[in-house]
Write a protein that binds this ligand. Structure first.
Ligand SMILES: [Zn+2]
Ligand SMILES: [Zn+2]
Length: 382
């Protein structure tokens, strides 16, 4: 089969425009009226080449190893006159010749990678850097991705002459026909690496483990996927790295339960503080902060610390609040002295308590708070 690319003097990757220009040049050069009658065959060859390479369907067929201009010698035995494109389509569908149009480059783009990291709530509140150990394919440091040893270069495959595919005769119901398959010797690359790099066995990349510092934005929520461009797997023979995706999980905190940008905590106080009121300090992510329990505080009342919650994502540092829920602890045991004091208190304070019995079930715990909120928090804690 004539090499039509060679006839026109263009690369196998030449554009339609380049082919047209090359044809004009060559047809002028070999026109029998100009070059002389001895160039008549050459001129015909140039025309055949252009006829095939200027037609995308015929060019594809040609690239797959079949010469559409030569139904007897180059392709179909005895099937001249059929629309070869249709027949190929019927036999092979879309898969025919897929990927075998010319040599397959050794350098292939790398795939994306996915890693997981768990951060603590403090990092979610303020943002920060998380360190992730990832195992992925990295550029081979010895050959810098070429896959060849000692600075050598791949050489043209002698079996396929660099085309990357070999022609094969296949039997079909229409008789024998030529088809192409990736060259076995070079696996379709058109080149062979005679002395592969010993570190990567010619792949140009090696499996490696590295630690990646990931910048976590303040206010990040649980199960957020971050993308680090070009930090994924390096491709075969040093191909551009894919992206690295990191799924960020926020670990549960010992003290705080997050609800959006607010942080909830529960503080246990003795009955006496609830009655008399009390100032105390609690630990926050901003250090110890004072809170005031007002006199007469009820069970499940809340005290809010403004602006000490989670940073609002993509804000100028605005933050949610800390909401402290009061848990009043009723003493299970009292001393004799304490019992006397409580009895004394009861006599003066609770004499008419019987007449204040609730008759319609318990009152809602707190006006304005959705009832589902506590069960939601309990779920989060369990
Ligand atoms: Zn190497
Ligand atoms: Zn080959």
């Amino acid at each position: 089969m004539a090499d039509y690319y060679e006839v026109l003097g263009v690369d196998r990757t030449a554009s339609e425009d380049e082919i047209k220009k090359a044809y004009r040049r060559m047809s002028r050069k070999y026109h029998p009226d100009i070059a002389g009658p001895e160039f008549e065959d050459k001129f015909k060859e140039v025309n055949s080449a252009y006829e095939v390479l200027s037609d995308p369907d015929k060019r594809r067929m040609y690239d797959q190893g079949v010469d559409p201009n030569d139904p007897n010698g180059g392709g179909f035995g005895g099937a001249a006159g059929f629309d070869m494109g249709d027949i190929f389509g019927q036999f092979f569908g879309q898969s025919f010749g897929g990927g075998s149009q010319g040599p397959v480059p050794r350098t292939q783009p790398g795939r994306d990678s996915l890693a997981n990291v768990t951060i603590d709530l403090r990092t979610a509140v303020f943002g920060g850097t998380a360190h992730v150990d990832i195992r992925t394919m990295a550029l081979c440091p010895d050959c810098k991705g070429s896959g060849t040893a000692n600075g050598s270069s791949p050489v043209t495959c002698p079996d396929c002459k660099g085309r990357g595919f070999a022609q094969k005769v296949v039997r079909t119901m229409l008789g024998q026909m030529m088809t192409s398959a990736p060259c076995e010797r070079c696996e379709g690359h058109g080149t062979i690496i005679e002395s592969p790099c010993p570190s990567c066995m010619g792949h140009g990349r090696i499996r490696s483990k590295r630690s990646v510092g990931v910048s976590v934005p303040a206010g990040i929520t649980d199960d957020t996927r971050l993308r680090l461009a070009s930090q994924g797997e390096v491709g075969e023979c040093g191909g551009a790295a894919g992206d690295l995706y990191i799924d960020v999980h926020v670990a549960q905190d010992k003290t705080f339960v997050r609800d959006g940008d607010d942080l909830h905590c529960w503080i246990e106080i003795p009955m006496s503080w609830a009655v008399l009121g009390h100032d105390l300090d609690i630990d926050t992510f901003d250090g110890r902060r004072g809170i005031s329990i007002p006199a007469g505080t009820q069970q499940d009342d809340t005290v809010t610390l403004d602006g000490l919650g989670v940073t609002r994502l993509r804000s100028q540092g605005e933050r949610g609040d800390i909401i402290a829920h009061v848990v009043v602890v009723i003493p299970r045991k009292v001393t004799d002295k304490e019992r006397r004091l409580i009895e004394e208190f009861a006599e003066s304070h609770d004499a008419d308590a019987e007449s204040r019995h609730v008759s319609q079930g318990p009152k809602p715990r707190q006006a304005g708070k959705p009832r589902g909120f506590f069960s939601k928090l309990k779920d989060a804690l369990s």
